[in-house]
Design a protein around this ligand. Structure first.
Ligand SMILES: Cc1cc2nc3c(=O)[nH]c(=O)nc-3n(C[C@H](O)[C@H](O)[C@H](O)COP(=O)(O)OP(=O)(O)OC[C@H]3O[C@@H](n4cnc5c(N)ncnc54)[C@H](O)[C@@H]3O)c2cc1C
Length: 437
């Protein structure tokens, strides 16, 4: 690329959301450049995503966007309108079980499913036992850690059952899904540049002017979109917009563990995604006949905020491995606890209320798709669509701050109010303040 080349829009980051933003802008006729300091698309936090696609969020807008997202994954080859020499990512529609306990997340979710029309079934524990006999049904109380004696107490009573959503599932290879989006964006004329770091966001008065790269290249564009994942706050500071935003983002270390299925169970083939509010874990099938275990961020677990997203401990820890694997062993008594720890560690880009920021900023032409809070892989194509609509509208003169853009879902026809994702919102107290959004 020659020096001083210019584009209609520069996207900082080539993760799943950055690639989707470029594809959607490209479809609307924008020339785009994605810049990423890593060697390929989807190598940032997307690479370690559990890539679970489910709709149980705490808010109307959260559920609506996720429900719209289901269709993108089911329709992936058509949606992309392009081939990828590496093949296309697969959507495993295994379904989801949301465990129901007194005061649990389902109390918020079920009325929202009804209002929005998300298909679901309610199963009592008899149906659960028939369909998935390996789950124990006890209520273990306020989540605790194995270091706490309370963790080992006998359960009191049984869960009320589960909410089964048949359309949800997971994407087997989040990096490949991102590469698919890269190829789709390129087919629209988009350009991707890797192994190069954005070191400055330039402005001309109150308008963004472009970026400077670490190799000395300057690239001009009237629109720059920050989709830098856990580095989002670094880029916002670079652009001088950090202080002017009411909602901030920061990087949170997160561990995910993989354990072999219990003897006689092929969880990779026959398993299901579960969200267990009682034990504060989620699980899904994982390749190699493993079970993937993630945390739903209970208050008893220490939060490790990371000041420098390029420098954090990316090794699975003994303490968190024990906590998550033993929690699952309570729900699945036949699970063995293997001596060797296996899993991944990466960073969430967490907003103050665990709801993303999809918005413009006070610097004209500078946009953000950030704060994905461990729960926006599933929404990446929807977010790309919404960001492109928002950018198109604002650049066309629409005052999004006083009259928030509303975007109609391509598949469901649901209306998504982009004001919900505003940088200047008050903290949304309806949020779960966890990965459940
Ligand atoms: C462990 C884990 C599990 C998760 N599980 C789920 C799940 O089950 N379901 C779900 O929906 N979501 C999940 N998520 C969240 C989801 O993966 C993220 O929301 C999503 O991948 C974010 O994509 P992104 O494109 O915004 O960011 P990223 O993939 O992090 O991409 C940002 C890119 O910006 C680049 N960059 C940063 N700074 C610069 C710079 N200065 N110059 C150039 N490039 C730069 C980085 O190199 C990176 O590639 C999970 C996340 C993690 C970490």
């Amino acid at each position: 690329m020659s020096e001083d080349e210019s584009f209609d829009a520069i996207v900082i980051g080539a993760g799943v959301i950055g690639a989707a933003v470029a594809f959607e802008l490209g479809k609307r006729g924008w020339s785009t450049l994605n810049v990423d300091k890593l060697p390929s698309s989807g190598y940032g936090s997307t690479s370690n995503s559990c890539a679970i696609v489910r709709a149980h969020y705490s808010t109307f807008d959260g559920v609506a966007m996720a429900y719209e997202g289901f269709s993108y994954w089911k329709d992936w080859p058509n949606y992309l309108e392009a081939d990828d020499e590496r093949g296309l990512a697969l959507y495993h529609q295994c379904g989801t079980l949301l465990f129901m306990v007194e005061g649990g997340h389902h109390e918020k979710v079920r009325p929202l499913f009804d209002e929005i029309g998300v298909p679901y079934e309610v199963w009592d524990t008899d149906v659960l036992a028939e369909r998935f006999p390996f789950f124990e049904h006890g209520v273990h109380g306020e989540p605790s850690r194995p270091e706490d004696d309370r963790f080992w107490e006998e359960p009191e009573g049984e869960v009320m059952g589960v909410i089964f959503t048949p359309d949800s599932g997971y994407v087997s290879d989040p990096q490949l899904a991102t590469h698919n989006l890269q190829r789709a964006a390129e087919a629209q004329g988009g350009v991707f540049r890797f192994n190069t770091e954005v070191v400055d966001v330039r402005r001309n008065g109150n308008r963004v002017a472009g970026i400077d790269l670490d190799d000395g290249t300057r690239v001009d564009a009237p629109v720059v979109v920050n989709v830098a994942g856990p580095h989002s706050f670094v880029i916002n500071k670079m652009a001088g917009v950090y202080d002017s935003m009411n909602i901030k983002t920061k990087a949170l270390r997160h561990e995910v563990h993989h354990v072999p299925s219990p003897p006689g169970i092929d969880y990779e083939r026959d398993g299901i995604h579960t969200s267990d509010a009682d034990l504060a874990i989620y699980i899904r099938p994982e390749s190699g006949n493993n079970i993937l275990i993630g945390s739903e961020d209970p208050a008893c677990d220490p939060q490790v905020w990371v000041e420098d997203p390029d420098d954090y401990d990316n090794q699975v820890s003994d303490a968190q491995w024990n906590a998550q694997v033993l929690r699952l062993a309570r729900r699945m008594p036949s699970l063995g606890v293997p001596p060797d720890k296996k899993g991944v560690v990466d960073l969430y880009d967490v907003s103050d209320d665990w709801i993303p920021i999809y918005d413009r900023t006070d610097l004209d032409g500078f946009y953000v798709a950030i704060g994905s809070s461990g729960n926006q892989f599933k929404n990446a194509p929807v977010a790309g669509h919404c960001m492109a609509e928002l950018i198109d509208a604002v650049e066309g003169g629409h005052d999004h701050d006083t009259d928030p853009v509303r975007v109609t879902g391509v598949y469901t026809g649901l209306e998504m109010d982009m004001g919900f994702y505003s940088r200047n919102r008050e903290i949304n107290e309806n949020s779960s303040f966890s990965v459940n959004g």
